[in-house]
Design a binder for this molecule. Sequence first.
Ligand code: ATP
Length: 270
Amino acid sequence: ARAQAMEVDESPDVTYDEIGGLEDQMQEVREAVEQPLENPEQFEQVGIEPPSGVLLHGPPGTGKTMLAKAVANQTDATFIKMAGSELVQKFIGEGAKLVRDLFELASQREPAIVFIDEIDAVASKRTDSKTSGDAEVQRTMMQLLSEMDGFEDRGDIRIMAATNRFDMLDRAILRPGRFDRLIEVPEPDEEARHKILDIHTRNMGVADDVDFDKLAAETEGKSGADIESLTTEAGMFAIRDERTEVRQSDFEDALEKMDENDEETGIVTK
Ligand code: ATP
């Protein structure tokens, strides 16, 4: 049913080497998600349970979805994504049913990585739990937690979630046996921005005058997603000028355009 609310990717093509920076985060994801899928006996021998759920938190566009897709790629797992906002439904019981469908699908396609983006949509601290809408959201969250509880019997399914509103999360979902591994995915620093610029210009014609050190410094406050748009925009400037190589001036023009857009929309690029 309702499979259209889910994004199913049998073999996501994102690899770890396409992720700039985030070395520690990659290491943690591999330990918490990849190891239990590939060497479950290691956990048995040591006598510990692998983390039940991994929560990635940090600003938008910093690579959280990429990390989840890369681990699915590495483990040959099906990637099943659902947005938390999709789980907030009008009719009673519909959100909970979607959660059941999600895990049902995962068990048909294991090994699988279930990735719930914007988990805050169903797991926020309640300001007023008396309204019926909130009660319904609460029920959906309870269904999610109960599916996670039934996990050990489920075999090769790992669950990941992401949020950029960590502060708003209901702490109940972070208890042991739930999302018990937290990984912070920060805005990229200068070194990470340099790597992200390198990654997104790998397949571009780049002129000799392009100064990636300077661009890394100038993109302070920009996310990985912003840097990706920047390289595309710089390429557009080159095309407009009928060139096949992107120059430093194209990047500078693209940066200027981006900042102007941010001013107009009042949205600060983060
Ligand atoms: P959101 O919270 O908005 O869902 P996210 O953290 O999940 O964002 P992604 O969807 O992983 O962000 O990133 C969006 C795009 O931005 C990626 O497809 C990629 O092109 C680029 N990007 C983001 N972070 C990085 C990174 N660390 N290295 C390389 N590219 C990145």
